[in-house]
Ligand binder design. Sequence first.
Ligand code: G3H
Ligand code: 13P
Ligand code: ZN
Length: 333
Amino acid sequence: MKVSFKELGLVNTRAMFAKAVKGGYAIPAFNFNNMEQLQAIIQAAAETKSPVILQVSKGARNYANQTLLRYMAQGAVEYAKELGWKKPQIVLHLDHGDSYELCKSCVDFGFSSVMIDASSLPYEENVKLTRKVVNYAHKRDVTVEAELGVLAGVEDEVSSAVSHYTKPEEVIDFVKKTKCDSLAISIGTSHGAYKFTPEQCTRDENGKLVPPPLAFDVLKAIEKKLPGFPIVLHGSSSVPQEYVDMCNQYGGKLPNAIGIPEEQLRKAAKSAVCKINIDSDSRLAMTAAVRRHLAENPGHFDPRQYLKPAREEMKKMYIHKIINVLGSNGKAR
Ligand code: G3H
Ligand code: 13P
Ligand code: ZN
């Protein structure tokens, strides 16, 4: 059964992005696959009154079931109100849609925003596929994110061995032809918890790995070509060392996991970057808390006993990102 996102109480990204670009902050786009992640995201957004984008990848949709996801998103809106957030601004977004059919199906299932990621295709094919998705989505007031340039990194469904920065000389033509609502760019971020090899990094005076900086010159050049146009950053987990250490201390094996320093994301959030994608940090927070709990309480076997601290840890992390990195707190009162 087809449903419009409006019936679920969700919003699209149009007004949210326009406000964020003007206001010099970014909207958090947090991925979720399960109830505990969703609860933590909504609690964090409701407490800080931050607009929020709930992201679902193709893999997450297969994992959780599309029907269940639709009602989870609808439930999230009602839950936010119950928590005292009078006018929740919640987007349900398809992350890295890889075909017209998948994007169409998400639009029909109540998503308020979709990403068509045709960035691995030749330029003209990317334009053509993105335009086709935009045509379908815009008729239903659903907003569309597209991508130009390739991010490095390996995830379940998203992978590339090397990155290619977005070419600023292509962005005007791309946006004009596709009519997309926002553009994901490649300036040195990448997916997952291993964003850089130790060889790509330098070391600070304490021996800590310092990754190479993002290509802010490329971002600036893109902003100059598309003044005020919403830009998206994928692969923006910072891979907090405390979670990596906690995982490793309690039986995990995450050698040399490294992310994007938060100061760089803070700087990006003040520019035309108005959506910042974070998934790996949530995975790390959850896994670290579960590992610690089970190591300290070997007799526990009720999932609520270890998922509750996991949920609390994720919520703490989301609130930190909203207030201290993205600056979106108080923007959805
Ligand atoms: O960018 C990819 C997201 O982190 C989603 O990852 O495909 O493993 O759900 P996933
Ligand atoms: P991270 O792996 O850095 O969290 O990136 C997530 C992402 O870009 C989702 O689209
Ligand atoms: Zn991504």
